[in-house]
Design a protein around this ligand. Structure first.
Ligand SMILES: Nc1nc2c(ncn2[C@@H]2O[C@H](COP(=O)(O)OP(=O)(O)OP(=O)(O)O)[C@@H](O)[C@H]2O)c(=O)[nH]1
Length: 474
């Protein structure tokens, strides 16, 4: 057991945007998940482990607005955390709750938007990375919704919360799309797309639900359609080794059963054996076990207190029975998460975001717009779609396209094809709407060597670590 001897006190700083070097790798990480699961604490802990170069400003700036056409991006503000008062009607009755907590809002009114940090210029293994961390409002899971049963599920909670997160992610795609459609593109235009999203599942909630709740299942499904999503189990220090083992297994089974499209550390055909082994190791760790460093309030700020142990300052949490060292791989997976984020998988996460998630969003957008403009607008001179029936029979049955009986529908050959004028094409191209060829939906690369089910089942294979996060197949 160690003694608490805080030799160094450090405030998690919001660092000011330094000189942006255009050859540095921009990487944006979003932290999302359960309310009070330790998202902001994770960001502060993570910052403390980085080799940050732009340490020009050490003061926390509150509510600094970053110029953007689309978002109110703000510096992380510690006062901006959401607190979910989640009493079920039965509990309120039982507790004889006073009127002020009798009604509650989902999501909480105080925070409904993700907030992005400034860009940290960091150096990892000699590589310069411009890192942005995005904190998000917590997903409130009321006590009566800690259930696997979808019928217990309140769509209002997920609806508004998901909308706020997805809006942020899609806004970044929109920014890219607009930049791409400029005649003169800015080569230094910063990449603001969310390259990875850590979804924090509170270990206690997961323990009560015996895995994912119905709300988790639906939110993961929704978010993972737009971003590389990595599930993590937070506050793992509150669990015993056996409890952790049980929860991790239950979460893996839920991911498998509901076929949740999370990031799976897939192998590439030409990956060598070392890389395949490394991917398998990360795959087997899902959901990653996280513990954050303990924090202390100093005035109106929240800071991280280092713990002195054996002459070393460590980031961790201290208990009567011992100390959890956040950066000790035998205590939690913090270092492995940092490794795959900033080292081994950074390029793949960025590539997938660009080639699959952004392209899927862009294609959907294109189809939406094409759908809108393919409606008959003869008067404007736009081409009339051949796909839209000109009238629907009174019985509501639309004839199949190849049917021989005489139909009131106009055949494609009968429709005069009015070509678009060059001005119209130019206007649509400027808005990235015009695409002469067929629109093909991007296909998510299936780089995994085995099947999805095999991959997920391989979750249960043993990791080589000892200690709190050791998971063994019974
Ligand atoms: N035991 C334990 N407590 C933690 C850990 N991380 C954070 N906490 C505590 O959990 C509480 C909530 O932490 P936050 O970081 O504010 O959580 P959050 O998810 O950002 O909260 P919201 O944004 O309000 O949803 C605080 O009291 C933290 O000290 C952890 O790893 N273990």
């Amino acid at each position: 057991m160690s003694t608490v001897n805080s030799s160094r006190f450090s405030i998690a700083t919001g660092l000011s945007m330094g000189r942006r070097r255009h050859n540095a790798n921009q990487f944006n990480i979003m932290i999302t998940g359960h309310s009070l699961s330790g998202k902001s604490s994770f960001i502060r802990t993570f910052q403390h482990t980085l080799n940050i170069k732009n340490k020009a400003s050490k003061t926390v700036k509150k509510e600094k607005k970053v110029e953007s056409q689309f978002n109110d991006l703000k510096i992380i503000d510690d006062e901006n955390s959401s607190i979910a008062i989640s009493l079920s009607p039965e509990m309120r009755e039982e507790l004889n709750a006073p009127p002020e907590i009798e009604t509650y809002d989902f999501p909480p009114k105080n925070v409904i938007k993700p907030v992005a940090s400034d860009i940290f210029e960091i150096v990892e293994d000699g590589e310069r990375i411009n890192l942005r961390l995005i904190d998000t409002p917590g997903l409130p899971i009321p006590i009566h919704n800690i259930s696997k049963n979808a019928s217990d599920f309140d769509p209002k909670i997920v609806g508004e919360w998901c909308t706020s997160i997805l809006l942020y992610i899609e806004n970044q795609y929109e920014i890219t799309l607009l930049e791409e459609s400029r005649v003169r593109r800015n080569r230094r235009f910063p990449d603001s797309q969310v390259h990875v999203c850590l979804y924090l599942i509170d270990a206690t909630t997961a323990s009560v639900a015996n895995g994912l709740t119905a709300i988790d299942i639906i939110t993961i499904q929704k978010l993972a359609e737009r971003v590389n999503l990595v599930p993590c189990l937070s506050k793992a220090d509150l669990m015993t080794v056996k409890q952790l083992e049980r929860i991790k297994k239950a979460i893996r089974n839920d991911i498998d059963e509901h076929n949740l499209p999370i990031y799976m550390f897939d192998d590439d055909e030409d990956d060598d054996q070392d890389i395949k082994d490394q991917n398998a190791m990360f795959r087997n760790m899902i959901p990653f076990v996280l513990v954050n460093a303990e924090e202390t309030e100093v005035g109106d700020r929240i800071g991280i207190e280092y713990i002195e142990e054996d002459g070393k300052n460590i980031l961790g949490r201290q208990y009567t029975w011992g100390t959890v060292d956040v950066e000790n791989p035998e205590h939690c997976d913090f270092c492995d998460v940092k490794t795959f984020l900033l080292d081994t998988h950074i390029n793949e996460l960025k590539q997938l975001t660009k080639d699959y998630y952004y392209e899927s969003w862009r294609t959907n957008k294109l189809i939406e717009v094409k759908g809108a403009i393919s409606k008959p607008i003869i008067s404007s001179g736009l081409r009339q779609s051949t796909a839209i029936p000109q009238s629907i029979p009174p019985n509501g049955n639309i004839s199949p396209p190849n049917s021989n009986h005489s139909s009131p529908m106009i055949s494609p050959q009968q429709i005069p094809q009015q070509p678009l004028t060059p001005q119209q094409v130019a206007m649509m191209a400027a808005n990235n709407v015009y695409q002469p060829e067929e629109i093909n939906m991007p296909v998510k690369p299936h780089r995994r060597t085995g099947s999805r089910a095999e991959s997920i089942k391989s979750f249960n294979s043993t990791t080589s670590k000892q200690g709190a996060q050791v998971i063994r197949e019974e």
